[in-house]
Design a protein. Structure first.
Ligand SMILES: [Mn+2]
Ligand SMILES: [Mn+2]
Ligand SMILES: [Mn+2]
Ligand SMILES: [Mn+2]
Lengths: 141, 141
DNA sequence: TCAAAAGTTTAGCATTGTCTAAACCTTATG
DNA sequence: CATAAGGTTTAGACAATGCTAAACTTTTGA
């Protein structure tokens, strides 16, 4: 039945959702990247993560602390980083979503570079409904 | 000629761009909202901004300080907030972009609510190239 | 084998963005 | 026109995300 929502309420809901998306964003990108490195090289080291993210080493170390508090990664001092079960799940969900968004942009006709760059930010703000629409578009097109 | 960029470089470029997008994001949303309020009511008051953004009053006040340091807004103590020339320009650019992204999502077939919410985050990560592709899609469809 | 290189951690700092609570002005109305 | 209600500002706290520099550990290779 869907009552009409007053527009200021709806408006603030959008900003609130965006802020929530941003909170989740960093963790998602980290675990996805860690999963990628493990697939590629068998392990994820701090330096490699820092390199690919374009941040300093110490930043990665600090973030790892948070991620392990969140139960997403595991690590021993001076050793490589691994994902927990939960971490793997998040990585896989993230990867799937990322691929749909990037593939969608390509299907829309943008260059590979642009699709790659834009999708890195866009992926975090795409709701289930929009993701479905993007997937549909790629199939039909 | 476009040399092949090593994939780790390109990868970090995407994250770096996303971080830059996020830095610009808050200012953009604020000025756009202030412009909207001025159009609607003739002035933008702190409370209204806070209401629509879904944040506390004090948060808005502190942000205003930053925005006026950035030369985007002007205000006298205890008075409403106004945009500088630069502020208006940013607001207008933002609005245009926002409308294209939101309209595009609608054209893609998502609900009005979803288009409204998702576009609030997505708009900040859409490059000129992607924006053009979205505009094209809406026309052709 | 053992010193240099490579990688990791820690300390200390800055900025952004958020909050609550309290103090302070402005406005509206009885 | 005095005061209550409604806005605004300030103070103080906190978490997240980034940085550099220094200390420390592990790995590598002469
Ligand atoms: Mn991703
Ligand atoms: Mn991302
Ligand atoms: Mn974002
Ligand atoms: Mn926005």
């Amino acid at each position: 039945m869907k009552r009409k929502i007053p527009s200021s309420k709806l408006r603030s809901a959008a900003f609130t959702r965006t802020r929530a998306d941003h909170q989740a964003e960093l963790s998602q990108d980290y675990v996805e990247l860690i999963a990628e490195l493990i697939d590629e090289k068998g392990e994820a080291r701090g330096t490699d993560i820092a390199m690919r993210l374009g941040v300093a080493n110490a930043t990665v170390a600090k973030t790892m602390k948070r991620l392990s508090d969140q139960g997403l990664v595991e690590q021993e001092p001076y050793r490589a980083i691994f994902l927990t079960g939960e971490g793997w799940k998040m990585a896989e969900d993230g990867k799937r979503k990322h691929q749909i968004v990037e593939g969608f942009l390509l299907a829309l006709g943008v260059s590979a570079e642009t699709a790659q760059v834009d999708s890195e930010g866009i992926e975090h703000h795409v709701s289930a409904e929009t993701l479905k629409a993007m997937a549909r578009f790629m199939v039909r097109r």
